[in-house]
Every structure is written in C-alpha cells, then in structure tokens.
Design a protein. Structure first.
Length: 447
C-alpha cells in the first residue's frame, strides 16, 4: 500500500459534538503571587491509551489504575466500546475493561472516533493479532504537520498483513483476506524510533508465530510501561527501554491489573509553572529518571529541581536565563515540552534558539505568544526568542494540548488579564488543569 504520510486533523477545531464534560471552553488568567504547594501529575496519557488498546489482546477483565480523567481517555473508551469491549470507571478511579472472545469483537474503528485522536492507530496491531483483520479510518488528532504511518503499515505488512485503502479506510487482513491467519514474527528496522509505531508493532508481535525483533525502537518510559503490562498478561517482551526489542510470540494472553506510570509532560508543566512565577512546587508522583534531560535544561535556565521525601521539587528565584534547546526522541527533550519551554524563554534574560527536530508545523502557538508581547520569530524548524521582562495579557486561542497549556502559563506572567479560548484542547491531556493551578495559588478561572 502506497501511503507515505498522515496529516493530522482536529488540531484547532474538533468536530461538532466533541466538547467534553470539562465545562466551559474559556480560561481567564491573571498574574499573581509565585505558585507554591504540592500537586499530582496523575497517570500518563501516552501510556494509558496504549494500555487500553492492549486490553484487546486478551479475553476477560482487565484493571487499569491511575488512568487520568481526560478527553482522550474518553475517546479511547468510546473506541473500545465500538469494537465490542465494555469499559467502566469505578468510584475509586480504576478502569475495568471487559474484553469478549475474538469472534465477538467488531474489528472496525469508526471514522468519527479515529478522526478525533491520532493515537487511535494503536488498535490496529492488537486487532490484527487477535482477529486477523482490521478496518481503520485514517487517524486524526493534533495538527502538527505530516506524521508517518508507513512505519506501522510496513511493519505489520512484513508480519504477514495485506493492506488496501478502501473508501478512506485502511483494510488489513492476515491469511488471504479472510481474517483467519496469524501474524508471523520477523526482524523490523524502524527508519525513525517512532513511539506509537513501536507500541503498535510490539502489541502485534506478542501473539505472532515466532520471534519479532524491533530495531531502532523507541525508548520512552511509556513503551517500557506497555511492555511491563504485556508481560503481566503472559507475553515475552525483552529489551523495552532500549533500541532493540525482542518479542517471542505466545498462543494466548490473560487479563491483568496494572498501574499507569505518572505523566512526565504534566509533571514538566508544573515545573515550568514554578519557574515562570518564581515559585516552589512539589510534584509528588514525578519521576526524575523519566525527565532527566528536561531537568538539565530547567537547571540551566535557573530552575532548581530536587528529589525530596514529598516528590520532585521545582523552585526558582530571579529572572530565568536563556538557553538553546533541540527536541529529540527519548532520552532527549520531548517535543511535547517545547511550547512550555518557549514560553519560559519568552521572559528569560537573553536570546535563545529552539530547534524542532521531530514534527513540522508545531509552531502555531507562537503567533499567540507574539500577541502577548513575545519577541519570537520562526526560521524553518528553528525558533529565535529574545526574552522580554514581562508579557501582556491578551485574548488568545489554544491550538492543541501543549500549546494551550503553555499559553495558560504565559498568562501567569502577563500584565492584565489573559483570555484563553479553546480550553477543551487542554482537557485532552490534563485532568482539571485550572483546578490544580488554583490549588497552587494561581488566579485561573474557567468560564
């Protein structure tokens, strides 16, 4: 199948009806005192979504703990429900996921769900492994420019899947197009260490015949979390967290219970909030080993991050310092951190250059920062930032999850009032973002 690149959809204006239960779609933010206190990041979005997809691999009841209450989890819940899976959240917050026998699954991912979240593509591997066939609309999600999907299709194709494009859907079949075949293990070399492709191929491989080797695999903590859960289910995955993963296929898996790792991007967001406001914030569930490179950059900017008995503590005094930053796959600085760092550098002392090496087109929030008085210009995949002492409150719009969070934090160091429209984007990756900021002393209201 000749389909080289995927253009994400739904970045700035999700389809009608996608507004969630998070409430009104506007944040009003005013600068105030330095933030201080203790906060929890909660479960990692980019782990929880893959763990939910992994539940397709085994019949029975799965229990996932520490799953964040965010819009993307709601969308994945709807996706699993459409596939024939029952999902229920307990009063304590646990997700109970009941997966039926393979013959009772409906292996078609509906367009109206897939277009709302690009992570939907991760159901492809589990469905092919369990059912021998799958039908998936081209994924959507935040609009960051072209995103390769060949990594998924080429890998699954090498394992014995035949793909066709029919009426806007990717149709995949194993075993002569009748959905009766079994994937076969092989050696896969990724052109780029794609996080989502690594997850998808790893999930497909656990039920394949023989051994699958994934070279140049993504090394993110969320990949390790998924591998740990698969192994709890009876899979044989070795090497997760390195660039060389080996998966020995098994005949069947069993349901299991698992606690989602903390969200390193949410943790980093609160560190940035502390740095911007000259505050002192503890993120009690943050993990140093998941964000070491970010912490190094924050330290260079004047934000001290220390491990304490309560958790990771971030504190800053005085004006931030300019630094240069380049996004790279883990263990480098993640692209999700970039809007947050650009916001910090917008008020830092000196000139900084931020280079985006992973996704094109992830600069739309910069026009909004300029509206707030930021001296920022883009040159290709570089951002040149001349720090100013203070931003100015303005009416701005959130373009995506992290850009929206960054603009909200910019309002904490802006004169006057900042009105942030499109707060629903933040809901996709942050649970009660405004409430957690208020608990730290921020003047943030949703209206």
């Amino acid at each position: 199948m000749n389909r080289s690149y995927l253009s994400g959809g739904g970045g700035s204006d999700p389809p009608r009806g996608t507004e969630r239960a998070g409430g009104p779609d506007r944040l009003l933010i005013r600068a105030g005192e330095p933030l201080a206190g203790v906060v929890r990041a909660g479960g990692a979005k980019n782990s929880a979504l893959k763990l939910m997809a992994a539940c397709l691999l085994a019949e029975g009841r799965h229990v996932l703990r520490n799953v964040p209450r965010i819009t993307d989890v709601e969308i994945m819940t709807e996706m699993l429900t459409a596939l024939g899976v029952s999902v229920r959240r307990e009063r304590g917050g646990d997700l109970l996921i009941d997966t039926p026998p393979a013959e009772s699954l409906s292996p078609e991912a509906p367009y109206e769900l897939v277009e709302r979240m690009r992570a939907s593509v991760v159901v492809l591997g589990p469905l092919l492994a369990r059912c021998g066939c799958a039908r998936l609309s081209m994924p959507g999600g935040d609009d960051f420019g072209s995103r390769p999907i060949d990594f998924h299709l080429n890998g699954l194709g090498a394992m014995g899947t035949r793909f066709e494009m029919r009426h806007g859907y990717i149709q995949g079949d194993v075993g002569g197009g009748e959905g009766l075949g079994k994937l076969v293990g092989t050696r896969l070399v990724l052109e780029y260490p794609s996080h989502t492709a690594t997850d998808n191929l790893m999930m497909a491989a656990v039920l394949a015949k023989g051994t699958t080797v994934i070279e140049n695999a993504a090394r993110e903590p969320e990949v390790q979390d998924l591998a740990a859960y698969l192994n709890q289910m009876g899979a044989r995955v070795r090497g997760a967290g390195t660039s060389h993963i080996e998966v020995e296929g098994v005949d069947a898996l069993a349901p299991a219970s698992h606690t989602v790792i903390p969200d390193r991007v949410v943790s980093g967001t609160f560190f940035v909030a502390a740095g911007l406001t000259g505050g002192d914030v503890v993120v009690e569930d943050a993990r140093f080993d998941h964000m070491e490179m970010l912490i190094r950059k924050l330290s260079a900017m004047g934000v001290e991050v220390l491990q304490t008995a309560e958790g990771l503590r971030a504190r800053a005094t005085g004006r931030l310092r300019a630094v240069d930053v380049a996004t790279l796959p883990f263990p480098g600085v993640a692209t999700d951190y970039k809007p947050l760092l650009v916001t910090m550098l917008a008020v830092a002392d000196g000139v900084s250059i931020v280079t985006e090496n992973l996704f094109e087109g992830r600069f739309r929030y910069i026009d909004e920062l300029r509206r707030m008085g930021g001296d920022i210009r883009t040159e290709g995949h570089h951002v040149v930032i001349r720090g100013v002492p203070r931003l100015s409150g303005a009416r701005v719009r959130a373009p995506d999850i992290r850009g929206g969070a960054a603009l909200a934090l910019a309002g904490l160091v802006a004169d006057g009032e900042t009105e942030l429209l499109g707060a629903r984007h933040i809901d996709r990756g942050y649970e009660d973002f405004a409430g957690k900021l208020r608990a730290l002393g921020a003047q943030v209201e949703r209206s």
